[in-house]
Design a protein around this ligand. Structure first.
Ligand code: GLU
Length: 457
């Protein structure tokens, strides 16, 4: 059977690095197994879901290098869910309930005071046809609950019923169906809660592996029972740990700061996001992987920590730097051109500056320094000025190349007796206006003799 996975966010906001992590785990698993990746939008909440958010999520995925084989929207499949629910009704596996939220709340409180677990006590199963008709006559519509298979002969006498699975990430897992309320599948207004459409889709789309956050572990007990109620074999499940901020708070879709879009806007490379998202919380050192194919070789579901992993944005900057420093000119040619960095000098320029960049767009600053002159007026002592005047007199004739800096500084050393920082810092300040930056040996040929002389103080 072809490995088939899905990533199933609700399009109610931008995805953050934690959601991207789920997408990446699925994508890498499909990549390793030559499988298929289905993008499923869980947009049954039509009031909060928008096509704009769905498009933004697809854009973010593409940016990360994830290209779904198929895109599905749950909002287009209500008739499929209705048909599946009708089947369960016909088989007596779901039942109609008429309680209002207030009544349910009261029932929970009563059970608690009696020392019973606060689960739904299945009172609706005791309703007679006449009572149901009376509710309907009042204008009440039912919500539908799935009768969990956690009893022997009498559903009003639930018994411990273990659902077990071998979790791809967590190992052996068990959920006791007697500890859970019968889940509501469809509300009074006809809308569906997440659980049921998800299972119907996983069956219809031939999902073989469900990889998602460990906030869904309990759902899995219910969903495995639902797969069986619908006559299907459940897929394999893998629940990964969740990310928290450095201070331990959960990431929320609404907290824009760690959204994939904001990371992109701040100049973080997709492979920095992917490397950190996938390797954080594993035994592997978090290092910058150059491609998703390379990252896939380092992805092993069972190696992910079971407790939450802390996500530190500072690590992204470190990874970003490592990626940029290793990028060849060919890899960035078009992006540089879009920043206005093009022409014969672009390649030499890139090779000279890449080692000093935190993000690709920082190259613009160095291009300006080279083309327009230093951007700050450096603070120089009179002594340094005098030193610089003498040094600029010693500039070698052209042609210039990678060894020009060496011959120039040797001449300066001999004439002035200065060496080390005392020699190069005033020159760096005069040429660039900044106290750190690319190797002067690399900058000189880019400036040329004329450009260098133009910076003489
Ligand atoms: N829409 C659900 C969520 O975002 C999907 C969970 C699942 O993968 O089954 O939590």
């Amino acid at each position: 059977m072809t490995v088939t996975v899905r990533f199933a966010p609700s399009p109610t906001g931008n995805i953050h690095i934690g959601n991207a992590r789920t997408a990446l785990f699925n994508w890498l698993f499909a990549l390793k197994n030559r499988g298929r990746f289905i993008q499923r939008f869980d947009d049954t909440d039509t009031a909060r879901s928008t096509q704009e958010f769905a498009n933004a999520i697809l854009y973010d995925l593409h940016w990360l290098g994830i290209f779904p084989d198929v895109v599905e929207y749950q909002s287009k499949r209500f008739d499929v869910y209705d048909a599946a629910l009708e089947r369960l009704k016909a088989e007596g596996k779901v039942y109609a309930c008429y309680e209002t939220p207030e009544e349910l709340d009261l029932k929970r409180k009563i059970r608690r005071t009696r020392g019973l677990p606060p689960v739904y006590g299945r009172d609706a199963l005791k309703l007679t046809a006449a009572q149901k008709a009376a509710f309907e006559a009042e204008g009440r519509k039912p919500h539908w609950r799935f009768l969990l298979p956690n009893f022997g002969a009498d559903p009003l006498e639930p018994q411990r019923t273990e659902v077990t699975w071998k979790d791809m990430m967590r190992g052996d897992e068990t959920v006791d169906l007697a500890s859970l309320s019968d889940p509501i599948l469809r509300r009074e207004d006809g809308s569906y809660l997440y659980t049921f459409p998800s299972v119907v889709d996983d069956i219809d789309f031939g999902i073989t592996h469900v990889i998602r956050g460990d906030d869904h572990v309990t759902n899995t007990g219910v969903q495995i029972a639902l797969f069986r109620a619908l006559g299907a074999e459940p897929p394999a499940f893998g629940h990964h740990n969740l990310l928290t901020t450095v201070t331990g708070e959960g990431l929320s879709k609404r907290s824009g700061a760690l959204s994939v879009a904001s990371l992109r806007d701040s100049g973080i490379e997709p492979m920095a996001v992917a490397s950190l998202a996938v390797l954080v919380g594993t035994a592997e050192n978090v290092s910058a992987m150059k491609s998703l194919a390379e990252l896939a070789e380092h992805f092993e579901p069972s190696q992910i920590s079971k407790s939450p992993s802390k996500f530190d944005p500072a690590e992204l900057t470190t990874l970003n730097r490592a990626l940029i420093h290793a990028m060849s000119f060919e890899q960035v040619r078009e992006r540089l051109a879009a920043l206005g960095i093009a022409g014969d000098e672009a390649e030499g320029f890139w090779n000279a500056v890449r080692g000093n960049l935190d993000r690709l767009s920082d190259a613009v600053l160095w291009w300006r320094i080279l083309k327009e002159g230093r951007i700050h007026e450096p603070h120089l002592t009179d002594e340094d000025r005098e030193f610089l005047v003498r040094s600029f007199d010693l500039l070698p004739e052209e042609p210039w190349n990678g060894s020009t800096w060496k011959s120039w500084t040797e001449a300066i050393k001999e004439a002035t007796g200065r060496k080390g920082k005392a020699l190069f810092m005033p020159i760096r300040l005069a040429l660039t206006g900044l106290s750190s930056g690319p190797e002067l040996a690399d900058l000189l040929p880019l400036l040329g003799r004329e450009g260098t002389l133009a910076r003489r103080p």
